[in-house]
Design a protein around this ligand. Structure first.
Ligand code: NAD
Length: 269
């Protein structure tokens, strides 16, 4: 079934990549991009997750490509882009979403493996994908990058609420990379923006990626979060679809270098 989206949000003939699109927020991003007309590539560490997402979005009638990729490894990022170019010949929208969180700990107690695991995917993975994606977009003289940081990329919470230093460090860096890239590549018609989500329930944020570590969802781990959120609740992942679509489409054609919080107001304090 082909959808007939309003032209303000039409993504027909666009090719989109959503890293870590196999679950959580990434799956919602794949869904809304396909619903509004894009062909969607879904690289994920776990092929079965990518396959499942692509199966779900098949109903919109556009092309999909599930891939197994560890995007914390530069060789695999290069390989992923090679496959996308072989199959589609272009990249219009790149959503850098793949990420994990860390066990809560103050800086002096952070486990070094946790530090490296989180920095490797949440920061290096985003940088690698931007590096390769930008090369293609420069050639095209067009492109749209949407980085998924976190509200913990624009603020910190008191240690009594949540302390995840490697995650905070990586997400603040992604905010910086977003602004840097927007400044560097505007002349090529490339836009780079960033979403800073607050707490969205029903997503994994870690889990198997850090062995032997049960990963409480932030909303469960941090009761103080809801008390500090003006809207008094966490969000469902579907609530992020509209903002992603806005940034991915020509509706936001004059916007670049912006960091938009989707956090129920948590970051106003
Ligand atoms: N869920 C939230 O409340 C929330 C809040 C703030 C920011 N975020 C950010 O949103 C993004 C998605 O989070 P989520 O909660 O949907 O997590 P999730 O765990 O549900 O989904 C992340 C996906 O990324 C994949 N992934 C992990 N490491 C990878 C790697 N090395 N290579 C390729 N794929 C990899 C996982 O397999 C998974 O499918 C993350 O960047 C996260 O930091 C989420």
């Amino acid at each position: 079934m082909q959808s007939k989206p309003h032209s303000l949000f039409d993504l027909s003939d666009k090719v989109a990549i959503v890293t870590g699109g196999g679950s959580g927020l990434g799956r919602e991003f794949c869904d809304v991009l396909a619903e509004y007309g894009a062909d969607v590539v879904c690289p994920d560490l776990y092929k079965e997750r990518a396959d499942e997402t692509c199966k779900i979005i098949e109903k919109y009638g556009h092309r999909t490509l599930p891939l197994q990729s560890d995007l914390s490894r530069y060789d695999q990022v290069r390989d992923m882009f090679r496959k996308v170019m072989d199959n589609f010949g272009r990249v219009d929208i790149l959503v850098n979403n793949a990420g994990i969180s860390a066990r809560p700990a103050r800086i002096s107690e952070v486990d070094l493996d946790d530090w490296h695991n989180v920095i490797n995917i949440d920061l290096h993975g985003v940088f690698y994908c931007m590096r390769e994606g930008l090369k293609i977009m420069i050639e095209q003289k067009s492109g749209n990058i949407i980085n998924i940081a976190s509200v913990l990329g624009i603020m910190v919470t008191p240690p009594s609420v949540l302390s995840v230093p490697p995650y905070v460090a990586a997400k603040f860096a992604v905010v910086g990379l977003t602004k840097e890239a927007a400044g560097e590549y505007g002349e090529y018609g490339i836009r780079v923006n960033c979403i800073a989500p607050g707490f969205h329930h029903g997503t994994r944020l870690g889990g198997k990626e850090i062995p032997q570590t049960p990963q409480p969802k932030p909303s469960e781990a941090s009761p103080g979060v809801i008390e500090r959120t003006p809207l008094g609740r966490t969000a469902s992942p579907e609530e992020l679809k509209g903002l992603l679509l806005y940034l991915a489409s020509d509706s936001s054609s004059f916007m670049t270098g912006q960091i938009i919080a989707h956090d129920g107001g948590l970051s106003v304090w």
